[in-house]
Structures are given as C-alpha cells and as structure tokens.
Design a protein. Sequence first.
Length: 427
Amino acid sequence: MPPAADTTASPRTGARPQTERPSAPAKYLGVLFAVAIAAAAVNLRPVVTSLGPLLDPVRADLGMSSTLAGLLAAVPALCFALFGFLAPAAARRIGPIAVITAGMGAITAGVLARSFAGGTAVFLLLTALALAGVAVSNVLLPVVIKRYFPEKVGPMIGLYSMALSAGTALAALVSVPLTSALGGDWRYGLGVWAGLGALALVLWLPVLIAKRERGERAGSAGAPAKLPITRSRTAWAMAGYFGLQATGAYVVMGFLSKIFQDSGIDNGTSGALLAVTMVIGVPVSFVLPNLAARRGDQRLFVVVLASFGIAGYAGLAFAPAGAPWVWAVLVGLSNCAFPLVLTMIGLRARTAGGVAQLSVFAQGVGYLISIPGPILVGWIYQATGRWYGPLGFLALLLVPQMLFGLRAARARHIEDEAVHHAERARA
C-alpha cells in the first residue's frame, strides 16, 4: 500500500507539503486558482485607467474643476490605504479568499453603478466602492500567492503583475473607441468594464467553495507572532518606495492622456499612448519578478527603472509631441517599479504571515504617502496651465524613490529584524 500523503502544515509557509503527486481534481483546482488570480489582477486598474482617456467628457458632464479631477486621481490612493488596512482583520474573520471574492463583487457593483451617477459626489462615492474591492485584493493577493504557491512565488507574482498590466493597458487602449462604438456616451464606456469584474467573481466563487477556508485558520496558519513592523527599517523603506512609485503611477494614469492632448495629439492617439505605457508592463511584469526573485537583492533594478522615468518625464516636459511613443515606453518601464515592489514584499518576509503584515504596512502607508501627489499635480497645472511644473515634480520624486528602493532591495527579512529588536530590548 502506498504511503499516505503528509498533511502536516509547514511552519514556514502554512502550506501542506505532499509526498505524492496531486490528484487530477487538485491539479484542476490549482489551474482554476491561478486563472482566478489572473482574472482578479486584470480588474485592479480599469476602474482608474478607463477613466483617464474619458476624463474631459466626465468633467464636463459632472461639472468637475481641474482640482476636483486631481482629487479624483487621488481617490484610489486614499481608498487603497483605508481599506487596505482593514483587509487583514476581514481575512482573519472569513479568510482571504472570501475577502477577495467580496472585493470582486464590490468592483463589479461600483463600476456599473457609477456609470449612472448624476453628480460628482455620487460618482466619487461609487468609485470608492469599486476601489474598496481593489484595495483588499491588492493587499491579500500576494498573501494568497505566498500561502498557496509557496514554491512558485516569483512566477505567480509575475502572472499577477502581467495580468494587472494587461487589464490596465486594455482599459486605456479601448475606452475611447469602445465609447464611440456605444454611441459616444462616457457612461456606457465606463460601465461596460463591470463585465470583467463579473467574470472574475464567477471564477472566485468555486475557489471559495473548494478551499472552504475558516477565518481563524486562514488568518493564522503559518503566521508568526505580531511583528514590530513599525520598528523595521526595511518595512519603512518598502512603504516609502511603494508610496512614491504609486504617486507617479496614478498621476500617469490620471493625466498622461491629457498631457498628450494638450500637445495637440488627438484623443484616440492619446489613449493609445497611455495604453502603450501600460502594455510595456505586460511582458516586463512577467519577466521582472522572476529575475528579481533569483537575486539576493534588487538594487540594480531600482536604479534602472528610476533612470527610465527621469528620461521619460524630461521628454514629456520639453517635447511631448516630438517622440511621444518613446516617452510612453520610458514612463511605462519606470512604472514597472510596481511589480518589482510586489516581488520584494514577497521576498522580504519568510512566511505568509510575515508577507501579510509587510504587505498591509507597505501598501497602507505607501498609499497614504501617495495621496497628495495627484492633487498637487492637478493644482500646479491649474495654476500654471502648463505641464513643466508637474513633470518636474514627478522627476524629482524619483530621487527619494530610488533611495528608499535601494534600502528596501537589500537581502533582509523583517522576521530577522524583529528578532534583533527583541534582543536589543532585552539587553
């Protein structure tokens, strides 16, 4: 009789190692789980990037000023910080898979309902509902990957990042032509993206049923004691790096189309240029996490990505219509700091529980850091009527972003820092 599979939970990952090959149903469930993760990732940015190319008609219809449009660009960061901090408590009660499933429902409902909004306040509120779903999924998807794919963190983060970039690019590329095909009403052009959320929800429901997570088990399996995360220099560096890259990313998603339009480029082409910025991240987001995970530290990647951003912002400031496709590619490469920081979050902790605490802290604090950026960019543009100031501001931000990234990219683990802190406290 063959030996039974070992079902003892690993103290390091919370995963259940097996001595036998998984059964066919287990393989199919694993494939479904991976597809569901990719589908969730596809939904994490169209809430924002479908709006950028349509911002002018939305502003005109709802009566938004440029400052309010800047606030709209900052709403994602505010929601990600607020609801991201709440995600672990919800995961402890009902399990991370259940929370992500609920997040897909919130995205679907919010995106669909905001297309019927009659005023700015309602539009912002319903956008916040969709972004709440995005926020909890942002925080918990790396945790789920670490827990259920402990030996494939790099490839799975790559799949997640690639799908996220693909969703971002798709929304930016087709929002304008899709709106035109639907009669020219921006409400249809935005509301149609609820279909992606509904598809992801359908995929996550069988995963939820099959995994049957219990809140206490899901929240504590393999998790270490609560770490003194606020005393970790690595955690603070990660939060700073995450926040500054998010600042640039959301300004780009919210204003890049407008920058090109103000230089004389038509709406359709400006949407395509934004799409190029996002599309370039699709292959890079798949390859970069795998390369980064193989290295002890990731400092080289931090410097190279920041250098691309400085060159791209300089081109946008001084000759936006001169080589727009080049600037779009350079800015897109710079925005690949996002999959890099996701990978580093997975690498800087030893366990799924450690990843959960670092993910919540880095993303929560990071998104708080990023909130003023889009508002300030909108205010500078409204005050000057030109893009030199906003783009110079973004280029300058890449310097501290690089410094934080160099510290976060060092090969260390937050659990080890917690041990050193405890030893110093006892001394």
